[in-house]
Every structure is written in C-alpha cells, then in structure tokens.
Design a protein around this ligand. Structure first.
Ligand code: MN
Length: 714
C-alpha cells in the first residue's frame, strides 16, 4: 500500500516548491471519514484514494487534483458534505469531488455498443473540469488493478465497461499508457484463454527476442552516432490486446505478426527526427503505405510522432516511432501533459492549427492567467456541437446543440413527436422550444388527439423532426383535398344525372384514375381537391362528349366582348398545373399585376379573384388555391373604370383618344349626367396589365375638367 509520504515525495520531486499542505490535510480528513471502512481486498478503504492520488501524482498533476483524488469517494461513501469540503479545501476541490461523485452515479444500463460512443462523449461533456475525468480514469485504473477481488459476474461487467468506455476516453485524451493498461487488463478478464495464449506466445523464445531487440537497437544507435545524432533507442513488446486485435482483424496467426516488438527513437529536435527517419529508410527498405507523419499533422489529441514500418535486418517487418523528448512526454500523458503543475511550461507553438479544439486549448492556456477560464474552455471545446440528454428510463440520446424537446420526442418515435403536447425537463415543465442542455432528463407529455404544429418548424433542429412534421402537414392537406375532391365529384355527377358513389363502387372510376396517370382513385380525387383536375374531366371520361356549361361560359364571354383569343385562363398558372379551366371573377376583374388568389368552383375549375375582392374573402378558405400570373402569355383583360368630370363639349372624344393612344380597346361605355352638370362615365376597357391601366388612369386625370378617375371593383 502506498503511503502519503510516498505521494508527497513524488509531488515534491517534480515540483520542489510545491505547497503540499492541502495534500496533507486532505489525507488526514479522508483517513478520518473513511475510518473503519474496508475494501474487498481486506485492506483499509483509505488505500484506494491513496493509490488514486499516487497515480495522479505520477502524472504530475497539480495539488488540487491530488487532494481531490484523496477525497474522491468521501461524498459517496461517508457522511462528508460538499459544504464541508468547500470550507476546508476550497471551491475547486469541492467541484471536482462533486463531479466525480456525479459521474459515479450515472448508470449505463444499456452499455451496448451503439451507446458506447454517446456515453463516452457524455462523460467528457458532463465534467465541468477535465480533472474530474482524470480522477475518474485513475479511479477506474486502480479498480481494474484490484478487480480480482470481485465476483466473476462483476468482473466481466466492469471489464467490459472499461473496454467500452474508459479505454477510448483515455485514448481520446492521449493518455496511451492508461489506454493500454485498461485494454490489457479488461482483455485478461473478458477473454482469459486468448489472453493467456498470447502471453505464452510472447514469452516463448524470450531470450532470443531480447537478443534481437539488442541487435536492432545497436544497428540504429550506430547509424545515428555516425551522423552525430544524439538519441535514445527503446525496444518494447506490443500490448497483448493490440496483438490480439491485429490477429483477429487481419485473420493472422501469431507467427505472421512479426512486429510484436516496436522500436522508438527519441531525439532532441524536430529536424533531427526527420533526419533520423531518412537514415532509417536508407538502412532498411520502408513499407510505403505504413508511413505516418503525425509531426506535420498531429492527432487531435496532440499526439505527435513519425511512424514507419521497414523490412528489418532479418527480412522481418519492423515498426519504428521517431519523436522528440517533449513529444514522448505528451504521448505518455496526453492532455494531462498540458495540465501539469508546471504552469510556466510552454507548449510547442508549432502544434498544428488544423485541430481547432486543440488549438484553442493551446492558445487559451497561454492567454488565460486563471486556470478556471482555461478549464471552462477545455470543457466547451470538447463537444460544442452536441448535447447529451436522458430519457426518463436513463437511456442516453445525443442531439445537435440547440435541440428542443420536440426534437427529442421525434428521436424517440415519430408518434411521440406527433402527439407531443408538452415536456418536463428535470421534473419541471418547459416550453417546447426550450434548448436542451447536456445532462437534462426529459419527459415528453403526449396526448392521443394532439397534432404537430407548423410553428414547430421554426425551432426544431433535427432533420428527423423537420421531415416528420412536414410529412404530417402534407398528409393532412391530402386528406382535406380528398374530402373536397369527393364532395366536388358527387355534386358534379349529380348535376349530370350520375351517381358518383354507385360508379365508384362499380369500379368505373379506376379506369379514369389510370387514364389520368394515378395509381389509386383516392389519388385522383385528391388531385380534384387540389384543383389539378376538374370533376367535369372525370365526367367526360364516363359519358363521352358531355354537354357542359363551359361552352356557354365561353359564348357568354364572346357576347360580352371579353377578348379570349387563346383558350381561357392560360394567362394564369395554378401551382404549376396547366391543364385546368380558369375563370375570372366578374366582380373584381383581375388584371396582370394585381395580387390574385384562386378558388375551386364546383364543376368549373378555378375562379380567379383579386386578393382584396370582397366576394373572395367570403369564400370557404378550404377551396382556396394558389395561383399566379403567367408572364409568358400576353392577353388582354376587361376592367371597368369610372371617370367623373364636369360636362363639356368634346369630353368623350378626349377620353376615348387617351384610351386608344394607350393602345387599349374600349369594350363598353355607359355615361350618366348628374344634376350638378357633372358626368359619370363608366368605361369597360381591355388592358394587358396594371401598368397599362395605371398609365391610362393617370393620363385621364390630366384631361381638362376631369375630377377623378377610379377603378371599379364591382
Ligand atoms: Mn473510487
């Protein structure tokens, strides 16, 4: 069992000026509150926090980390309170200990593979202070070292969780020694047979291998000396789990894996690294695909090194890593290297700018005098674009940052989303546009008769929620169109002495649907509701050449003198559909340039009104349909204008000449002389568009003694 004096020795060895008082006090306090508790190993409980603190001291972390490590279990297992910790050891220690306790309480019921990544990220994101994670890792490391005292079942559970969660986190943070230990220990408990097999294979011919290592080291050393490169050469066995993975992944036998041993060359400067690489490649033939330059392009976790594989002196495959002392230090402790006690120490400024969060980390460490600011930044930068939240059952969901309870509801199930009426976050009701935060537990309140709202589209963040809401709205519109289409058909058929429903049952409409290119009769009816097809067109397919009122309408138009050279309505487009009958409301006489809207008229396609038309406003909004002017077609449209003037000789001639000078036809005139010598002239003229109309009206106003000119809306 490690003693507190050993820990203090480690700390002072690295930092002779360190004020170890806080560590002393934390030790005394921890010993007092854990007094009488015993571990499964039979050792006093205190041995565990001491070992954890020892690991952190070895990692050269700051005093606060080491003190917090000594106290990391006191909130969980003893009567100690956060306020007591805060009072005695300060806010930092209290926050870290609380953080470790909080993470310890998360239960990963579903530690299936698909959750593993989310859980890993969540663990990282939930820690307000990266030191919480470092203590949590050291805690797990010591628990793994003493795992043999647990039951078989418990061992497997803990080892699997370590392999799924803790090993990848330590790798992500660049603490590879820890990752390797996690993997090898978990491997030992999870697949003991495989583990022992590989162990035996590695140990076989050990003497010969040791000789081999010495030989290769000498080759390298001599070559470096020849070029006056001062270096250290190391040869080490690869970890069992990585050998196992390599065998399993590439389906190799142990004998096929030559590079069980890896060599490392450690130099002083970066140029020396590249020089050494050149010398190695000159000595032994490189395997080209295996070369990696993590100095030029560091890994996101700050790892830097040159990796190469060569054909070694005995024709074997050999892996060599080349790096500086500083890189080696970082490779060993990862993120911890940047959070050591030595505040004054600067990180190499050449660390690639390409990795934004690392870049921030590095730059901020230089800028921020206060460690809290730096830590805050580490936390934010780890996963700024995601939030991790819980279902009431404790499952984890990851959502994009800014996601709302509606996004969460749709991530559970489309129906939950569709029927979502409200949400509780951590037990309190919130608005549906509440922005979820990592760690929130969300409960969705649903109601059978509730439907999505168009407004939700304004705040949802996920693609799934957005598309499901849109889909629902579309289905709704289709249902409405279907009902409307059916109603329109029934009426039109009745007018033509046909019974729509009888024909429907007789299967007659199916052929019609097919004729118009629809798969089902429902689709056909919906498109009637949309106004794409008129009920008369359907009647037309059932009784050949029906006598329809359209012709009368056209005839009437001719009588009235409305100019309709082309087929009616071609000047207006209905939602991109061209094959539809268009009429114009006589009440408001729309002209191109006017804002218009369409209404489906039973049996007669679409009637176009001006948006402001009083008659249009009275129509059933369900029959409303979007229309727009077709700019490609030049037609003329009748419009009524009223000219009020003092009666005088030549007035009518002046008016008609203004109109014809503007290239408009006069279709009808109706004048009335009033008592006070004013005359009201009502002119029906045909114009191309509102621009032409406006010009005519303004020219009319300039005529002598004309009081005013206005357009009649009917
Ligand atoms: Mn612990």
């Amino acid at each position: 069992m490690i003693r507190i004096s050993d820990i203090i020795d480690k700390v002072t060895e690295n930092n002779p000026d360190a004020d170890v008082d806080i560590i002393d006090r934390a030790y005394i306090y921890s010993a007092r509150v854990h007094d009488g508790q015993v571990r499964l190993s039979g050792e006093p409980y205190l041995s565990h926090p001491l070992e954890v603190a020892g690991i952190l001291a070895d990692m050269n972390l700051d005093m606060v980390s080491v003190a917090a490590a000594l106290l990391h279990d006191v909130l969980e297992d003893t009567k100690a309170t956060p306020s007591e910790i805060k009072e005695m050891f300060g806010e930092d220690v209290m926050n870290i200990v609380s953080g470790v306790t909080k993470l310890g309480k998360l239960s990963f019921r579903n530690s299936q593979e698909r959750y593993a990544e989310s859980i890993r990220k969540m663990l990282l994101a939930m820690a307000d202070d990266i030191r919480v994670i470092l203590i949590k890792l050291a805690d797990r490391l010591h628990n793994m070292r003493t795992l043999k005292f647990h039951t078989d079942q418990k061992r497997i559970e803990i080892a699997q969780e370590t392999l799924d969660i803790y090993a990848p986190i330590s790798a992500r943070l660049g603490i590879y020694w820890m990752k390797n230990e996690f993997e090898d220990t978990s491997f030992m408990y999870l697949q003991p047979e495989e583990y022992l097999k590989i162990k035996a294979l590695v140990n076989k011919d050990k003497d010969e291998r040791e000789k081999y290592i010495e030989t290769v080291k000498n080759y390298i050393k001599n070559k470096m000396d020849e070029y006056h490169l001062n270096c250290e050469v190391l040869g080490r066995y690869k970890y069992f789990y990585s050998i196992y993975q390599k065998m399993a992944k590439q389906n190799l036998t142990f004998d096929d894996i030559y590079d069980v041993i890896a060599f490392r060359i450690i130099l002083d400067t970066i140029p020396q690294c590249y020089e050494a690489l050149g010398l190695i490649h000159a000595l032994w033939k490189p395997i080209s695909k295996k070369f990696k330059d993590y100095i030029g392009i560091p890994k996101p976790n700050m790892y830097r090194s040159l990796h190469t594989s060569v054909i070694g002196p005995f024709g074997e495959r050999m892996e060599i890593q080349i790096r500086t002392k500083e890189m080696d230090r970082v490779a060993k402790s990862g993120i911890a290297a940047h959070w050591s006690y030595k505040e004054g120490k600067r990180i190499d400024e050449n660390i690639s700018k390409k990795f934004s969060w690392i870049q921030n980390l590095v730059e901020n460490q230089k800028e921020f005098k206060h460690p809290d600011e730096f830590l805050e930044n580490v936390r934010i930068d780890l996963f700024a674009d995601e939030v991790y939240v819980f279902t009431p059952r404790g499952d984890i969901r990851s959502l994009p940052s800014g996601a709302t309870p509606v996004d969460f509801a749709y991530s559970i199930h489309s129906e939950v989303g569709n029927q979502c009426t409200g949400a509780k976050v951590n037990g309190s009701m919130v608005h549906l546009n509440y922005r979820l935060k990592t760690g929130d537990t969300i409960e969705i309140i649903t109601s059978k008769n509730h439907h999505p709202s168009k407004d939700w589209l304004k705040f949802v963040k996920t693609v799934k929620a957005r598309s499901r809401i849109r889909q629902w709205i579309k289905t709704q519109e289709k249902d409405r169109s279907l009902t409307l289409g059916r109603e329109m058909c029934e009426k039109t058929f009745r007018k033509n002495n046909l019974n729509f429903n009888t024909l429907l049952k007789a299967g007659q409409t199916e052929k019609v649907a097919e004729h118009f290119g629809f798969k089902t009769v429902d689709d056909l009816l919906a498109s009637v509701g949309y106004g794409k097809i008129t009920p008369l067109q359907i009647v037309g397919r059932i009784i050949p050449k029906p006598k329809v009122e359209v012709e009368e309408e056209t005839l009437l138009n001719k009588i009235l003198g409305r100019v309709r050279k082309k087929r009616p309505g071609s000047g207006v487009v209905v939602k991109g559909v061209d094959d539809i009958l268009i009429k114009f409301g006589k009440c408001c006489q729309p002209v191109p340039g006017d804002s218009i809207t369409g209404y489906i008229t039973q049996g007669f396609g679409v009637t176009v009104h001006r948006t402001r038309c009083v008659n249009a406003l009275r129509m059933n909004p369900e029959r409303q349909i979007e229309v727009e002017w077709n700019k490609d077609i030049a037609e003329t449209y009748s419009v009524k204008i009223q000219v009020t003037s003092f009666d005088r000789v030549g007035l009518l001639a002046d008016i008609t000449s203004v109109i014809s000078r503007n290239e408009a036809n006069i279709v009808g005139v109706n004048t009335k002389t009033l008592d006070n010598k004013t005359v009201d002239g009502c002119f029906t003229i045909s114009v191309k568009d509102t621009a032409q109309l406006r010009k005519i009206m303004s020219d009319l106003k300039k005529i002598k003694l004309v009081h005013h000119v206005r357009r009649l809306d009917g």
